[in-house]
Ligand binder design. Structure first.
Ligand SMILES: *Cc1c(COP(=O)(O)O)cnc(C)c1O
Length: 413
């Protein structure tokens, strides 16, 4: 492949007057056809459909709007959205306007809720693309109403109003609701179709904080009602709230559960989590293998030293692929159906495994970083929770860290 063409002149980009139209510069994701390295993420589309069905069944009357922010939690938003739309999802949620535009460009016609709202412009895009923005300040109402008028778009344009019931992130605080409701009446171009709030502690073992937030949400709904603001749908639940069976209201916004990862720590799980199937599997292969005597150093900084005659395998995945450097000397990967410990420092492009106890481990053997493996020595599974525990983080960060250097392959098993 030829080297990239001349990069854009940064000064000219900076000096350009801010235009109403947004240009989204998309970093290039490694394409399956470019994949030479055996490292890749396989996304099981049947697992996504299965998880949607499990959640729909559990949500009862409430509609299920999968959250596909951050490139569908690293799974690739266009492919995930197409799969779920065909499987009957009622609508989608994203965080950013850019993410909603990407879905529209991929041919997604379902309603899309832009949860962070439009900030820094883009209201014209919201209207032209038929997106539903979340609103929480007066400036957004003014800008959206202006866009609807200027574009001569069909009015009223639907918005969802976000209420802050205890997250202190986005949303109209309860104390400001009455004046906000009054200002809504100044904008006949807009219609509040939905009311939403976000729960801070839905995955906690105790339900008090969530119950408190839901009481405030009811209070806010009543206040708005007294000021003539009545919405068709109310929604609050993320994956954890949905799985715990709290607060389904009229719609639910599951993110991580759609991808088959429980939002709840092991040991505190409700039974439903066991029905979910992790959709992503990150696999690579052994590209080098060596025999070392006892007492030999392995990797940068010699952070591991063999304690016995050892077989050390090298796999081409490192922190630039999203494998946290915190996994240095911590955790495992699967080889031939059994666990091989990670030894030494995780480096940018490579990681070493101790395969001394994996009989027959050889060049080109498949290695699983997360997901299940069937091998001659057994069957095992490394879930996103296990990786997160070793990397001192949460499964959400594990999924969204799989970098764009790792091509995504879609499977329909
Ligand atoms: C990310 C997000 C969700 C989904 O959260 P999960 O825990 O992944 O289910 C729902 N609502 C809002 C507002 C979010 O930002």
């Amino acid at each position: 492949m030829a080297m990239a063409s001349t990069p854009p002149d940064l000064d000219s980009l900076r000096d350009r007057p801010s235009s109403p139209e947004i240009r989204v510069l998309r970093p290039r994701r490694a394409a399956p056809a470019d994949a030479v390295r055996p490292t890749r993420a396989e996304v099981n589309l049947a697992a996504l459909r299965h998880n949607l069905r499990v959640l729909q069944r559990h949500a009862g009357e409430a509609r299920v709007w999968p959250v596909l922010k951050a490139d569908a939690y690293g799974h690739g938003a266009p492919a995930v959205a197409r799969t779920l739309e065909r499987a009957g999802a009622d609508g989608f949620c994203v965080a950013l306007l850019e993410e909603a535009i990407e879905l529209r460009e991929a041919g997604i016609t379902s309603p899309i809720l832009v949860m962070s709202g439009a900030y820094g412009g883009g209201h014209d895009e919201v209207v032209q693309r038929g997106l539903v923005p979340v609103v929480y300040d007066r400036g957004q109402l003014e800008e959206l109403a202006r866009a609807v008028r200027q574009l001569g778009a069909a009015a009223p344009h639907a918005v969802h109003l976000k209420i802050d019931t205890g997250m202190a992130r986005l949303g109209v605080p309860l104390a400001d609701l009455a004046p906000f409701a009054r200002s809504l009446h100044e904008f006949p171009e807009l219609r509040v179709d939905g009311l939403m709030t976000h729960l801070a502690c839905a995955d906690a073992a105790t339900p008090e904080e969530t119950a408190h937030q839901l009481r405030l949400f009811d209070e806010a709904t009543a206040t708005l009602g007294r000021h003539g603001v009545r919405a068709r749908v109310r929604h609050a639940a993320n994956s954890a709230a949905l799985l715990r069976g709290e607060s389904s209201l009229d719609a639910v916004r599951p993110g991580i559960a759609i991808f088959g990862v429980s939002p709840v720590a092991e040991g505190e799980r409700e039974p439903l989590s066991s029905e979910l199937r992790q959709a992503i599997r990150v696999r690579t292969e052994i590209v080098s293998i060596r025999e070392l005597e006892a007492g030999k150093p392995v990797g940068y900084g010699a952070l591991h030293r063999t304690s016995r005659p050892s077989r050390i395998a090298t796999v081409p995945i490192g922190y630039a692929d999203g494998l946290s450097r915190k996994l240095t000397n911590r955790g495992h990967m699967l080889v031939r159906g059994v666990r091989a410990p990670i030894v030494g420092a995780v480096s940018m492009d490579m990681t070493m495994l101790d395969v001394t106890d994996v009989p027959g481990a050889a060049l080109r053997d498949e290695v699983i970083v997360t997901g299940a493996q069937d091998g001659p020595h057994g069957r095992d599974h490394i879930g996103a929770h296990e990786l997160a525990a070793h990397a001192d983080t949460i499964p959400w960060e594990i999924l969204t860290s799989i970098s764009r250097r790792v091509p995504r392959f879609y499977r329909e098993p």
